[in-house]
Design a protein around this ligand. Structure first.
Ligand code: TXA
Ligand code: MG
Length: 335
């Protein structure tokens, strides 16, 4: 079974035990401000391979390397362009993964054969204290089984990976609730590969206009291998409903076909439609809270036997862009 440390403060001495486990090549999950990560020594080939095995992750999907201090970055990459420096100064520690040309210190499986590596310093006092105690670069994908929603609680890590990993540092619920923004800074004009906790507006305020992956020609390979896999999806069919007014109509059609219909909605929508036992994300007025709750609600959906769950759409402004990106990827149909 998997060892669990319940740790509330960065001073807790048991973090050194968890750090020693990482240094010994063990797999230890830990909290970040976005979601829980499944950590291993990024220089240790076998430990990194074990991450892929524990998660059932395709070998061509590279891992993000987590460090405790910005000083650790220079050993991992061959070059830090000016725009990347500005992003680090502004957003680290924080939910921004910066992709740079990789050096020769890391296990080759970390980068899945690419010539770049994604790096970030997480903004979580327990998670960061662990990284500082370990003093090694820690490769860490989200600590879920591949294809499941990312874990926002240590319980989710245990549900997916108990017995498959060595330990988990339980630091309570994560704050942002969706993964970091991934930005490729290895090219002239940086490109956002995955929307996340830092918004495009925030980034452009610091370094000016950036590209976004969606604009790629259809013939091109996705620049972020992870984006080609179906992520974040519960087993239950989730239909994302664009127009608020259509939800009741669609529900009635489905019920007419004998289907059991659930709802993934804001508090306000639940009241407006007078819904019985909806999955409530939070108040529409607080998109950050809705984002924080999303993965937990997606996991709960599979504990019931709904045929279809109808999900509400939200504004794509600010963090809403990341929220809607994950909802669209969780959805089997968009109505
Ligand atoms: O918030 C997060 O980023 C969390 C926490 C634990 O830090 N981690 C996370 O890792 O979401 P993961 O492995 O679930 O997602 C990493 C994403 C994948 O889409 C992967 O393809 C992309 O980052 N990625 C990693 N290295 C890359 C690289 N060198 N070039 C392009 N994409 C890369
Ligand atoms: Mg993931």
């Amino acid at each position: 079974t998997t060892k669990q440390w319940k740790i509330d403060t960065p001073e807790d001495r048991r973090l050194h035990e968890a750090a020693d486990w990482l240094k010994d090549g063990k797999l230890v999950a830990f909290p970040t401000e976005t979601v829980y990560g499944l950590g291993a020594d990024a220089r240790n080939d076998q430990a990194v391979k074990n991450i892929f095995k524990a998660k059932g992750r395709p070998a061509d999907n590279p891992l993000i390397v987590h460090v405790g201090d910005v000083e650790a970055v220079s050993e991992l990459v061959t070059e830090v362009p000016e725009h990347a420096k500005k992003l680090m100064e502004t957003f680290w520690p924080g939910p921004l993964t910066i992709i740079l040309p990789v050096g020769n210190q890391l296990a080759s499986h970390v980068t899945a054969g690419l010539d770049t590596v994604g790096i970030r310093i997480p903004d979580h006092e327990v998670g960061r204290a662990l990284l500082k105690a370990a003093k090694i670069p820690v490769a860490a994908p989200s600590a879920n089984r591949s294809g499941r929603p990312s874990p926002t609680l240590a319980e989710h890590v245990i549900t997916d990976l108990n017995g498959r990993i060595d330990g988990v540092v339980d630091g309570g619920i994560t704050g942002v609730g969706v993964e970091s923004t991934v930005i490729d800074c290895s090219m002239e004009t940086p490109m956002i590969l995955r929307p996340g906790g830092v918004t495009r507006e925030q980034i452009e305020d610091v370094i000016g206009p950036v590209d976004v992956t969606g604009k790629l020609a259809a013939s091109e390979q996705p620049r972020s291998p992870g984006m080609k896999y179906k992520h974040y999806a519960p087993d239950t069919a989730v239909w994302l409903v664009r127009e608020a007014g259509n939800m009741a109509v669609i529900a009635n059609q489905l019920k007419g076909q004998g289907k059991k219909v659930g709802y993934l909605v804001s508090l306000e929508r639940a009241h407006e439609m007078n819904l019985e036992q909806p999955f409530i994300l939070g108040s529409r007025e607080n998109i950050a809270e809705i984002t924080q709750q999303l993965y937990q609600r997606l996991r709960e959906i599979d504990e019931h036997d709904y045929d279809v769950v109808l999900a509400e759409s939200f504004s794509k402004e600010g963090i809403g862009e990341a929220l809607m990106n994950r909802l669209e990827r969780a959805a089997s149909e968009i109505k």
